[in-house]
Design a protein around this ligand. Structure first.
Ligand SMILES: [Zn+2]
Length: 71
C-alpha cells in the first residue's frame, strides 16, 4: 500500500491518497484535482495550470513521473 499526499504530487493541500500502485494514486489524485477544479480552489487551479504547461514537454513530464514514483 502506497500513500502520497496532494502536496507530494505538487498540489496544494494535505489530502492523502492510498492505493497499491503509483498509477492508481495518479488516477485518484487526478480525480481529486478535478473536484478541486470544479470548486475553483485557487491553489489547485494554479497547480493544474503548471501541470498543463509541463504536459507540453514530453521529456519534462516523464522526468516528473519518474521523480514522483521514487517517493
Ligand atoms: Zn489537493
Amino acid at each position: 500500500m502506497k500513500t502520497m499526499s496532494c502536496n507530494q504530487l505538487g498540489d496544494a493541500c494535505k489530502e492523502e491518497f492510498h492505493a497499491n500502485t503509483f498509477d492508481e494514486i495518479a488516477a485518484i489524485s487526478k480525480q481529486h484535482g478535478m473536484e478541486m477544479f470544479q470548486r475553483k480552489d485557487e491553489a489547485h487551479l494554479k497547480t493544474m495550470k503548471d501541470m498543463q504547461e509541463l504536459m507540453q514537454n514530453p521529456e519534462a513530464i516523464t522526468d516528473w513521473f519518474e521523480n514522483k514514483k521514487k517517493i
